[in-house]
Ligand binder design. Structure first.
Ligand code: FES
Length: 113
């Protein structure tokens, strides 16, 4: 049984939060009753997506240069980023939110750093 990485009740709707999952920085985004997880490192210049990131529908916009990444497939919908960011499986059990970073759901490569 893996340890929960966040409490659902502490996640604000539409506000990205950075959590560390076994050494992997993850940006968690709650939208309604759903929580999705995307690697926290922008594929453009390694900025934190949770740090000032804005949620638009099913995407999170990087606060540094404005690329928006789809929370499901990790793809940027706007320049300057061109590469997808890994997305991860999330399990919600009551108030426990658990993220599996053992593999990217979308097959995107993990950032080097
Ligand atoms: S660092 Fe994210 S768009 Fe440039």
């Amino acid at each position: 049984m893996s340890e929960a990485h966040a409490r659902f009740s502490t996640l604000e709707d539409g506000r990205p939060v950075r959590v560390d999952v076994d050494g992997v920085p993850v940006c968690l985004v709650r939208t309604g009753d759903d929580v999705r997880a995307i690697h926290d490192t922008c594929s453009h210049q390694q900025w934190s997506l949770a740090d000032g990131g804005t949620v638009w529908g099913d995407g999170v916009e990087c606060s540094l240069h404005g690329s928006t990444f789809d929370l499901d497939d990790g793809r940027p919908s706007s320049l300057p980023a061109m590469q997808p960011v890994p997305t991860f499986e999330v399990t919600i059990d009551g108030d426990d939110v658990t993220v599996d970073t053992s593999a990217a759901l979308n097959g995107a490569p993990f950032p080097d750093h």
